[in-house]
Write a protein that binds this ligand. Structure first.
Ligand code: ATP
Ligand code: MG
Length: 243
């Protein structure tokens, strides 16, 4: 069965693209067939994180408009056995997706992939609703701040309205010294405030930031602690789904 995972957040810049690129890479390294779908119309950047930008000829908007068949818009990342990217259009004007488009595209791709990982656009508008419409799992990126707790709670209500039963939080950009300041919520406080399990955290690491601009997901570095971190996140979600 294909799991469709929407990677989303209550606020922009929280690490959705970073998480989607690395999580997909870890799954692909483990032998899973993975499709990464970038739905940030006009603001795509998963292609840059993976170093595939020069290979994009067609995008999801071309598929929806019947300009090319779906297969032509799937770009294979040759570092992995089965990791593909379906990119958003850079032309916002031609790019709005409907839920029906997503239903059709995900319907076809579900038979071919073990995981479809969707990098959703910011905001809770029509594009966001279409982006999450086919997902059975949502991974919500948040930070260790009170404002992020509030944004995550409000996002969670919307995810529930969209019928997504399995929702997990990831706390990104965790800084060790933040724990010494009372002004930041600690993990217990976050756990009590949000109504979804925390599947893990990703520390603030300059190497992660650099990798987003160097075309190589940070988990591709051999023996990096970050690979183990992402694997643990996957296992927590996997075990929870099977409860
Ligand atoms: N754990 C981390 N450590 C260091 N830098 C990080 C980390 N997570 C993300 N970043 C950096 O933060 C910035 C925002 O991350 P990213 O682009 O993944 O966020 P986003 O949620 O996809 O943003 P948008 O809403 O604009 O699509 C990027 O420059 C990225 O390199
Ligand atoms: Mg992004």
């Amino acid at each position: 069965m294909c799991e469709i995972i929407a990677v989303t957040s209550g606020n922009g810049g929280s690490g959705k693209t970073m998480f989607a690129a690395n999580f997909a890479s870890v799954l692909a390294m483990s032998g899973c067939r993975v499709l990464l779908m970038d739905l940030n119309a006009g603001l795509r950047n998963l292609d840059i994180a993976l170093g595939l930008e020069s290979q994009i000829v067609y995008d999801i908007a071309d598929v929806v408009r019947g300009i090319c068949p779906l297969d032509k818009a799937l770009i294979r990342d040759s570092r992995f056995k089965a990791l593909y990217l379906l990119s958003a259009s850079q032309d916002h004007a031609k790019a709005s997706l409907r839920t029906a488009d997503m239903e059709q595209i995900c319907g076809v791709l579900s038979a071919r992939f073990d995981f479809i990982i969707i990098d959703t656009p910011a905001g809770l508008g029509r594009d966001w609703r279409a982006a999450v419409s086919q997902a059975n799992i949502a991974v919500v990126l948040m930070t260790q701040e009170y404002s992020s707790i509030r944004e995550t709670e409000s996002l969670d209500i919307n995810l529930q309205k969209c019928g997504i039963r399995h929702r997990y939080a990831i706390i990104n950009r965790v800084r060790r010294h933040d724990h010494q300041h009372d002004c930041f919520p600690d993990l217990e406080e976050i756990d009590e405030a949000i109504r979804m399990p925390i599947a893990g955290g990703v520390i603030f690491d300059e190497n992660i930031h650099l990798s987003m601009n160097s075309s190589i997901p940070v988990v591709c570095r051999k023996d990096s602690y970050i690979v183990r971190n992402f694997k643990r996140i996957f296992l927590r979600i996997y075990n929870d789904l099977r409860k």
